[in-house]
Design a protein around this ligand. Structure first.
Ligand SMILES: Cc1cc2nc3c(=O)[nH]c(=O)nc-3n(C[C@H](O)[C@H](O)[C@H](O)COP(=O)(O)O)c2cc1C
Length: 397
């Protein structure tokens, strides 16, 4: 943004652009501190990040921004996309572009979905409900977190169509199965079981921001055990004594148990290797989401887009493979699709939009990414998803 401001100033001063200097001056006036003042001001989704930072108290921003340890995996997720370059093809009729894709029998306008992010009312009073309305307005697939601040029934109603439900297992099967059955009864067709956070994590950046926050956090966060669940409607009526989300003893046996429990399709979120992709197939998993929790699980140092090819190869087209992590541009989506992803998700970008501007912010983030994907598909001469293949890029590792 700073560079853009400097560039706008340079253009405004240039005699070449004398006639448009009024427009440029207006652009400068809209952003006195370099932070966008409305969703319409955003040129790309990264413009929402400083706006979210401005809108949020330090501890909440820290929770959103953090990776683990030194945030190396968080950074790797972004940098990973630069390991691939595109191979545009010319003189193809791209007057019509079809971005649609089919996921478990449902057709979507684009291959972009909304990842589960916990506690969204910490970012905006409307939280998951605002996201649901934005998802409805843009016809986007939404995945709801287990630790949501709105219930699966309310979010489904606000979305006006089925959503997918993300599962963190608890240390008590009867609570876990109740969550699953509730999602099923609410009409969720897919259960997304997150497998990458079973044994804790070290979110240092979050702690740094937390120290800068002078508010009295106990107003919302009770120091009592089980307080994580108290403001979470999915845990209403549950005996919270001794309840925990961390489930370090869980193995593939639990996956088979889940398959028996529910008729929902089962997607495993957090798979990064060919070995685990093979075990997904052996255990009847219906889809894989290649993810490292946005660099918030272990500090592997490895970008999800670099994990994708080995997972895709191991799966051999038998089940769909999805990806999230570091998607900030239409070209990032395009590269993931070219490497074999069926669809891709975003986490932080839509939360930046939510935190800064509520529902319109989320809509604008989704709209910008959709527009960028449309542009790059046409420019690369691949006007439908099936035309985007490994021939569409080259690895430059
Ligand atoms: C603040 C925050 C909270 C998250 N909460 C959850 C969650 O409750 N369940 C889950 O499976 N993943 C959660 N994630 C991970 C996202 O679903 C997703 O994997 C990740 O954000 C994608 O990377 P990106 O933020 O770079 O787009 C969370 C991520 C963030 C940033």
């Amino acid at each position: 943004m700073q560079h853009r401001r400097a560039f706008l100033k340079f253009l405004a001063a240039s005699p070449l652009f004398a006639s448009s200097s009024a427009i440029l001056a207006q652009a400068l006036a809209q952003a006195p501190d370099g932070v966008i003042a409305s969703p319409a001001d955003a040129l790309d989704v990264l413009d929402f990040e400083p706006a979210a930072r401005k809108a949020l108290p330090p501890a909440h921003y820290g929770y959103l921004a953090t990776g683990v340890d030194s945030d190396a995996t968080l950074k790797a997720n972004r940098e990973g996309y630069s390991h691939y370059e595109l191979r545009p093809r010319r003189l193809v009729d791209v007057s019509h572009n079809d971005m649609s894709c089919e996921l478990f029998g449902t057709k979507w306008e684009t291959p972009l979905f909304i990842c589960p992010v916990g506690s969204q009312k910490m970012f905006n009073p409307e939280g998951e409900m605002a996201v649901a309305k934005a998802a409805q307005a843009t016809n986007t697939l939404q995945i709801l977190s287990t630790v949501s601040t709105s219930s699966v029934e309310d979010v489904t109603a606000a979305r006006g169509a089925p959503i997918w439900y993300q599962l963190y297992p608890t240390n008590r099967w009867e609570v876990t199965s109740k969550l699953v059955k509730r999602a099923e009864a609410a009409g969720c067709p897919v259960l997304v079981f997150t497998v990458d956070l079973m044994a804790g994590r070290n979110t240092e950046t979050e702690q740094i921001f937390h120290r800068q926050d002078t508010r009295q956090c106990t107003a919302c966060h009770s120091p009592q055990p089980g307080s994580t669940f108290r403001r979470k409607p999915m845990f209403a009526g549950v005996d919270l004594n001794g309840l925990a989300l961390a489930s370090p003893s869980i193995t593939w046996e639990f996956v088979r148990r889940l398959k028996q429990l529910t008729s929902m399709k089962l997607v495993l979120k957090g798979i990064e290797t060919r070995e685990d992709a093979g075990l997904c197939l052996e255990n009847g998993v219906d889809g894989i989401l290649v993810s490292n929790h946005g660099g918030r699980a272990e500090e592997s140092g490895r970008a999800t887009v670099d994990c994708l090819p080995e997972v895709v190869q191991a799966v051999g087209g038998k089940i769909p493979v999805f990806l999230d992590g570091g998607i900030r541009r239409g070209t990032d989506i395009y590269k993931a699709l070219a490497l074999g992803a069926t669809a891709v998700g975003i986490g932080r970008p839509y939360i930046w939009g939510l935190a800064a501007f509520g529902q319109p912010g989320v809509e604008r983030v989704l709209g910008i990414l959709r527009r960028e994907l449309d542009l790059i598909m046409r420019q690369c001469g691949t006007p439908s998803l099936k035309q985007i293949t490994t021939a569409s890029l080259v690895s430059v590792h």
